[in-house]
Write a protein that binds this ligand. Structure first.
Ligand code: MSP
Length: 505
């Protein structure tokens, strides 16, 4: 069985997760589920990136230890993923003992072979806050947290030799044109970071406590990126006693990351892997951001809601559908409840829900819920059946190029065509003529089969809805092509998506 390894970034558990975090996780989930549907042996990894000064400070403010602080947020995140039907195979935490040991071994190995060296780091330091800031982070030249003076300070630190691998990295990009997607992000990396010359990366700190200690120099902790990026292999048991998963799933097929961290995934991570003599991931996809009112989602701006509120108000599949369909993968997109309602009403209630409801009601009304293919065909049937039979490969093409929203649009197109087919064949008129009964049954049969095939292909995106359609159809054939010789019986009719009243909300 062919394997497929897909990852999300590991999120900072500095505060509870918002709809922006859900965005990446739902897309990765749809991709993972789709690959499972296609018969792949999938490993879907997500998790939390727990170390660092910010979390240390938050915990201090809350009067708890950093571990206690992140434990609570991680428990909340896992609950959120459960309510969104996220089918991850593993949730890695950078505080996991296995991860800590793996990072320590990686750090030591890179140091021993000369890829990590000791130097000195200088930066703008706020003493009361114990934080380093970059020039651009300062507000009016002062610490962005407390508004006090910052000083230029140097401290001993370890560095990773990125510069040594620059030429190999460029060669890798050239030989693997699909490595970074979309294409525009690759150009950004080459022009903004690689061409000006790669600077070595600071990979340890003495001023941070909440982190993984460097084994051979205990006053240092591993700083941010070596710790975080290693999760993709530590989660598979790399350098541990049981590395079966590592042997089976590495290299990753797809790392999905937000656009602001593409740099670390396409420059630092490949270089770390080259230094470790490991194969590189096949693809890094840098997606855009989900924005609210044109800006980022944040608690302080007051535009943050617990995503469970949207799930409770509109249903899990309405939320999943919105993020998968509304935003072209790669670009920024706007999240608003109004747009969510419009999508749900327009596509899910009017197109999908209406089709399923109308079809099953007619099957029950005209045929007591038992429908077979009487094969009284007319030329109009062919167009619908051909569309249904092409759907599997059309969706596959879109998923292969990671155009998740367009994959959904292919399914919607068939559903819209099926609704139009009802209007064209006018079953209610056929029902009035005794000698058209067989033709009527063929029409209903064609609709039921179309719905069934769409429900299979919808399953990676809207898992609950897909199951509910299968229950209503009382069907179990999961083959995504039109079956001419089946029988439908004992169908139940339930509302899939009620229209949401905008005013009421
Ligand atoms: N911990 C690092 C990633 C390490 S991966 C080895 C990190 N964490 S983060 O919590 O700040 O962000 C994680 C991911 O969430 C990023 O890919 C980021 O782009 C994504 N998002 C955070 N807010 C988002 C939106 N509003 N919209 C879309 N994605 C968002 O960076």
């Amino acid at each position: 069985m062919e394997k497929y390894y897909v990852t999300t970034p590991i999120y900072y558990p500095s505060a509870n997760f918002h709809i922006g975090h859900c965005y990446t996780t739902i897309i990765a989930d749809a991709i993972a589920r789709y690959k499972r549907l296609k018969g792949y042996d999938v490993f879907y990894l997500t998790g939390s990136d727990e170390h660092g000064q910010k979390i240390e400070k938050k915990a201090q403010e809350a009067g708890v230890t950093p571990k206690e602080y992140v434990d609570e947020i991680v428990a909340n995140a896992k609950d959120l993923w459960k309510s969104l039907n996220v089918s991850y195979d593993k949730f890695i935490r950078t505080s996991d003992e296995e991860h800590v040991k793996c990072v320590q071994k990686i750090f030591k190995k890179l140091y021993d072979q000369g890829d990590i060296y000791k130097g000195s780091y200088s930066g703008l330091y706020c003493t009361p806050c114990e934080s380093f800031w970059t020039e651009s982070q300062l507000v009016d030249g002062k610490c962005p947290d407390c508004g006090r003076e910052v000083n230029l300070v140097s401290e001993e630190a370890y560095f990773l030799k990125l510069s040594k691998y620059q030429d190999r990295l460029i060669k890798y990009y050239e030989e693997h044109p699909d490595f970074i997607q979309p294409e525009s992000r690759k150009n950004e990396m080459i022009n903004n970071f690689i061409k000006p010359g790669l600077e070595d990366l600071c990979v340890s700190r003495v001023s941070v406590n909440w982190g993984i200690p460097v084994t051979f120099d205990e006053k240092h902790v591993v700083y941010v990126w070596i710790d975080a990026l290693s999760n993709y292999i530590s989660a598979l048991g790399y350098l541990s006693e049981d590395d079966t998963n590592f042997k089976k799933y590495w290299p990753a097929d797809l790392h999905i990351v937000g656009k602001e961290i593409v740099r670390f995934h396409t420059i630092v991570w490949p270089i770390m892997l080259m230094a470790l003599d490991l194969p590189l991931p096949h693809k890094v996809f840098g997606h855009g951001w989900l924005v609210i009112d044109g800006g980022k989602i944040s608690k302080s701006l007051g535009n943050y809601k617990d995503p469970r509120e949207y799930i409770n108000d509109y249903g899990v599949d309405a939320v999943r559908y919105f993020v998968l369909r509304e935003v072209p993968f790669g670009s920024d997109g706007t999240f608003s409840e109004e747009a969510l309602i419009n999508r749900t009403n327009g596509d899910l209630a009017n197109v999908l829900g209406n089709l399923v409801n109308r079809t099953i009601s007619m099957a029950n009304k005209y045929f007591d819920g038992t429908v077979k293919n009487t094969k009284v065909t007319e030329s109009i049937d062919k167009e619908l059946i051909d569309l249904v039979n092409d759907l599997d490969s059309n969706v596959e093409k879109k998923m292969d190029s990671l155009e998740v929203g367009y994959a959904l649009e292919c399914i919607l197109e068939v559903l819209r065509r099926a609704n139009k087919y009802i209007d064209e064949t006018t079953p209610w008129a056929l029902a009035k003529e005794e000698d058209k009964k067989d033709r009527l049954e063929t029409v209903i049969y064609n609709l039921l089969e179309s719905i069934r095939v769409c429900a299979i292909l919808l399953s990676p995106f809207l898992p609950d809805t897909s199951e509910s359609i299968f229950k209503q159809l009382n069907a179990d054939n999961r083959n995504a092509s039109f079956d001419s010789d089946s029988t439908y019986t004992n169908m139940k009719n339930e509302i899939l998506f009620a229209r949401i009243d905008k005013e009421e909300k």
